[in-house]
Design a protein around this ligand. Structure first.
Ligand SMILES: Cc1cc2nc3c(=O)[nH]c(=O)nc-3n(C[C@H](O)[C@H](O)[C@H](O)COP(=O)(O)O)c2cc1C
Ligand code: SF4
Ligand code: FES
Length: 561
């Protein structure tokens, strides 16, 4: 080895060691107890980094930043409609170390509460009172949770449907038994690279994480990069209010997720797969680990390494580049795009990153064919997992043709509770639509036509008891809380919008006598134009859509429902 080569080799291994230590930072901070006295100093010493860097990471993530808050009550829209405020007040009155938190991906079993890092469904005020101030004694008296705090005994599964579905119309089929035969993997092994990508293209599969981007384009792009080291990343950070399908899927069909990841890794030439799960998904994590073990036992995933990564509490880490930053052990702040992850992703290498549901569709596409998958949808391809919560009889996750209407979805979920007033078709990011849109197909194109989106397909139904100003205030609070603060239009705009609605509620005017909401459209425009990522670009939509469709709710001093 020449001196230059030796120096280059030394630099590379020093860089690798540094990269590894940086990536361990959040886990080490968790082990040190989060942001408590001395933790940043200790972790800085362990990782040979600066105290400021350790402090910067610890203060970014909610589970690290406030480790003493052992009870967190979700005050997202679906949970507040089911009495989360009362549950929070009962927890405070019981003397529990409690705070509010954003959506826990359990909107089908509200109000949801996080106990340390485990989500409890349907927690009541009586459950809080029964603790007598000892957070470790908190149990949900709902029937889904046994009277134990052993996480393995929490079933974690919600309702699924439609109950009478013909299995031939389902690509995922959450009610079926797990299948470790590896039929999709075997079929993928028989196809040439081109034939494989053609099959994926024929399926019409669009990313299920929100943007609906055609999957085959990303796969071809990663496979075609002139770099040997590549990664596959699973985005299981599900946190969009109203969305819980990925949780349900990982619980019921972890086999499909792991098989889909293995197929993806082989197709794009990666051997390392990173699974990023939000920190609250400890039980889904166990299910995925179980599935990896089953495939290993069957000898079907030789040569592939599966790395599990636990998030530390941050909605923005669901944005793909923020997620990559978080995996690298940094504050989860979105990167500027381009370059896109398919070219410059995890540690600068080409990276295929997908949502849990997108990946879980892949085994069926291989085993049954692209044309079969495509035919399950209407105008757009495939069957789709829709989450439904709010004012419906049977909240849950429903696998239906992509493009069903709200009325069809709600029929599968047992019908409306009360008279439909409005709905969010795809989580908080999609804003609100009025009842008159109930027959619009819930697909990517049809919802974009009315300035909304399918997003994560987190459908929240609101009946005519709901004041839309109150509902939009709830969504604005969420975006203000979850903005990473990196860019000014989003950081300042999310706060300005929330404060404007607060002033509208209080009946206050601007100092010059203008109405409290006089400037919100200008601010919304600036946020849309000037924000780095999707959060800031759409954060005004709950307000602008609610004002567009329900002006009367803003003209009066309506009370909370
Ligand atoms: C603010 C924000 C939050 C997001 N959260 C998630 C998420 O929790 N899960 C997810 O799969 N995609 C999320 N996305 C979309 C991802 O950035 C990315 O598009 C997706 O992981 C790509 O996978 P797909 O092609 O399978 O959809 C989010 C995007 C934004 C802008
Ligand atoms: S738009 Fe908001 S969340 Fe996105 S990078 Fe900017 S400040 Fe962060
Ligand atoms: S879990 Fe509370 S709104 Fe989603």
């Amino acid at each position: 080895m020449s001196t230059t080569e030796g120096k280059a080799h030394g630099d590379a291994s020093r860089r690798d060691a540094h990269t590894r230590r940086q990536a361990e930072l959040p886990d080490r901070l968790q082990a040190a107890g989060g942001m408590i006295e001395g933790a940043a100093t200790q972790v800085a010493g362990e990782t040979e980094g600066s105290e400021a860097a350790a402090f910067g990471v610890a203060s970014f993530y909610s589970l690290l930043a406030r480790p003493h808050q052992k009870v967190r009550v979700c005050t997202g829209l679906s949970c507040r409609m089911k009495g989360a405020d009362d549950v929070l007040a009962a927890a405070e009155a019981a003397g529990l170390p409690v705070e509010e938190c954003s959506c826990l991906a359990a909107c089908d079993v509200p109000p949801a509460v996080l106990k340390d890092r485990v989500t409890l469904p349907e927690v009541s005020s009586a459950d809080m009172r029964a603790t007598k101030g000892d957070w470790s004694a908190l149990v949900s008296s709902s029937e889904r949770v046994h009277a134990t705090d052993d996480v393995n005994e929490v079933t974690w599964c919600g309702d699924i449907g439609p109950v009478d579905a013909d299995p031939a119309t389902l690509s995922i089929n959450m009610g079926a038994a797990e299948d470790y035969s590896g039929a999709g993997l075997a079929k993928a092994g028989e196809l040439s690279d081109e034939a494989f990508f053609d099959e994926l293209e024929a399926s019409g599969l669009q990313g299920r994480g929100g943007a609906g981007f055609p999957a085959h384009i990303k796969w071809r792009a990663v496979a075609g990069q002139p770099v040997t080291e590549r990664f596959v990343v699973l985005n299981a950070d599900e946190g969009e209010p109203g969305t819980f399908k990925d949780r349900e899927l990982m619980m019921r069909r972890p086999d499909l997720v792991i098989e889909g990841l293995a197929i993806a890794a082989r197709a794009v030439g990666a051997d390392a797969i990173y699974l990023y799960l939000r920190g609250e998904f400890q039980v889904p994590r166990e299910r995925l680990e179980h599935a990896v073990a089953q495939f290993e036992k069957a000898g079907l995933i030789d040569g592939l390494q599966f790395h599990m990564h636990e998030g530390q509490g941050s909605y923005i880490c669901g944005e793909e580049t923020a997620l990559l930053e978080a995996l690298e052990g940094k504050r989860g702040m979105p990167r500027l795009k381009p370059p896109f992850p398919v070219e410059v992703g995890l540690w600068g290498k080409p990276t295929l990153i997908h949502n849990v549901e997108t990946i879980a569709c892949v085994p069926a596409i291989l085993a049954k064919g692209g044309a079969y998958f495509k035919a399950q949808g209407r105008d757009e391809a495939g069957a789709k997992l829709y989450c439904i919560s709010g004012h419906v009889a049977r909240p849950g996750t429903y696998e239906l043709p992509l493009g069903v209407t709200l009325d069809e979805l709600v029929e599968a979920a047992g019908g409306y509770v009360g008279e439909l007033k409005a709905f969010c078709p795809g989580g908080a990011s999609a804003g609100f639509l009025p009842a008159s849109e109930r027959s619009r197909p819930l697909d990517y194109k049809s919802l974009a036509e009315v300035g909304s989106m399918l997003g994560s397909a987190g459908v929240v139904v609101l009946n005519d008891t709901v004041d839309m100003r109150w509902a939009c205030l709830e969504q604005l609070r969420f975006f203000e809380e979850e903005s990473c603060g990196q860019c000014a239009p989003c950081r300042i705009g999310t706060r300005y919008l929330r404060e404007s609605v607060d002033r509208d509620v209080a009946g206050d005017c601007q100092s010059n006598g203008d109405s409290a909401l006089a400037h919100v459209d200008d601010v919304a425009w600036q946020m849309g134009e000037g924000s780095i990522c999707g959060l800031g670009q759409i954060a005004a939509l709950p307000l602008t859509s609610a004002r567009q469709y329900f002006p009367a709710d803003f003209a009066t001093a309506g009370e909370q429902t």
